[in-house]
Design a protein around this ligand. Structure first.
Ligand code: XUL
Ligand code: CO
Length: 442
């Protein structure tokens, strides 16, 4: 094991996290996430493909706008960029192995600090790609997705692919090329675009049509480049309505699907849905999954949660079993996610300063998803939920309703039916019954 971790064990005293069942009192054990347990025809491991996010778990130190870092972890103490990156990778691989997860996700400059020049960044990335490849080979840990951070550097303050300055757009393209090269070299299964600065603060200085046309072209060229390099995975867009910008172009799933179709990208691109982004868009997580699933674009999930009393992205670990169960109903009915997995894009709180806190956080998140999956499966297989839902639409299963669905009636036919002027009986939507079914199976 120690060759996977490097020469130092960072999480001393914490061993492999195992499934111990719901009656276990051990806080460092899974109580619901049993990787090899089969639910609806697949193991939990296959359903979820749980991934660790490099950036919230190994990128920050707990600092916020009001105070300096509180996470004094040993791998954070190195200053020379390559050495720091290697120590961080050692800690990350030790953590992922101990969690028993199979995947991680990264931004280019999570792996190593961006260089002073483009060429220096390219060199640093390639050094780290080689280092990670060895660790992946010896541990069996894989890349769920890679991406480029085209939002932190000041050059992207007015956007990356939607920047009004062509030089910035070209620089972003160069950066995305390198991030794609790294993802492909590490056999990454998907490539993500989160348009952190793709949007605007005020329309007064913005040509929206031109910006969106540029974004459409940029994404098409990026796709063509990666396909030429043999990349077979999904390209995924991660919608978010606001923060950092006032208006982000990928507001929510529906908006993003419209954009992808307008620019002819719908065959290669799917969606990566993040729970807290859904909340910020005033949607439920389940709603966003349903919109994506209906369009055949349910590609991946960024798992976290927001705080209903705050209006910003708090990225806490998932813990609301009721809500995740609603989401797992959509997930199971869609036959799971296509190509992606469940990536914990969540961070421990600033005052969670113990070495074990990051384990507790991921255990809680995995158990929430597992418990919700088990509940959703029971609801689908043993409750009247599915038949009650179908029954609501039964007037379209026979007679004139069926003819309408089959396109055999026109608007005048509907008028004629209306003229028959039959008394229409009120039919209850039974919302409370549906809600009670979820609680009963929790
Ligand atoms: C930001 C966010 C990103 C993306 C990847 O809110 O979710 O971390 O997941 O760029
Ligand atoms: Co995310």
């Amino acid at each position: 094991m120690s060759d996977v971790w490097g020469d130092k064990e960072y999480y001393k005293g914490i061993g492999k996290i195992n499934y111990e069942g719901k009656d276990s009192d051990n806080p460092l054990a899974f109580r619901y996430y049993n990787p090899d347990q089969v639910v609806a025809g697949k193991t939990m491991r296959e359903h979820f493909k749980f991934a660790i996010s490099y950036w919230p778990s190994f990128g920050g130190n707990g600092s916020d706008l009001f105070g300096q870092g509180t996470h004094q972890f040993a791998w954070n103490e190195f200053r020379e960029p390559i050495q720091a990156a290697k120590k961080r990778a050692d800690a990350a691989f030790e953590f992922i192995s101990k969690m028993g997860f199979d995947y991680f996700c990264f931004h280019d400059y999570d792996l190593v600090q961006e260089g002073q020049s483009f060429t220096q960044s390219e060199l640093r990335l390639s050094t780290m790609t080689t280092y990670l490849k060895e660790k992946m080979d010896s541990s069996g840990i894989k890349v769920l997705w890679g991406t480029a951070n085209c939002f932190s550097n000041p050059r992207y303050m007015n956007g990356a692919a939607t920047n009004p300055d062509f030089k910035v757009l070209a620089r972003a393209a160069g950066q995305v090329k390198l991030a794609m090269d790294a993802t492909i070299a590490l056999d990454g299964e998907n490539y993500i675009f989160w348009g952190g600065r793709e949007g605007y603060m005020t329309l007064l200085n913005t040509d929206m049509k031109r910006e969106l046309d540029h974004l459409g072209k940029f994404l098409a060229q990026a796709r063509d480049y990666a396909r030429e390099q043999g990349f077979k995975g999904n390209f995924l867009i991660e919608p978010k309505p606001m923060e950092p910008l006032k208006h982000q172009y990928d507001f929510d799933c529906a908006t993003t699907i419209g954009f992808l179709r307008e620019y002819g990208l719908e065959k290669d691109f799917k969606l990566n849905i993040e729970v807290n982004h859904a909340t910020l868009a005033q949607h439920t997580f389940a709603h966003e999954l349903e919109v994506a699933s209906k369009a055949g674009m349910l590609g991946s999930i960024d798992a976290n949660r927001g705080d209903y009393h705050n209006g910003w992205d708090t990225s806490q670990f998932p813990n609301n079993v009721y809500e995740v169960t609603e989401a797992m109903l959509v997930f199971l009915k869609a036959g799971g996610i296509q190509g992606g997995g469940v990536n914990f894009d969540a961070k421990i709180r600033r005052n969670s300063t113990d070495i074990e806190d990051i384990f507790l956080a991921h255990i809680g998140g995995a158990d929430t998803f597992a418990r919700a999956l088990l509940t959703a499966d029971k609801i689908i297989t043993s409750s009247p939920y599915e038949s009650l839902r179908q029954q609501r639409y039964s007037s379209f299963d026979t007679g004139k309703g069926k003819e309408f669905e089959e396109g055999k009636l026109n608007f005048k036919d509907l008028y004629a039916i209306a003229q028959e002027n039959e008394e229409i009986e009120l039919k209850s939507g039974k919302q409370e019954l549906f809600e009670n079914i979820i609680n009963r199976y929790l």
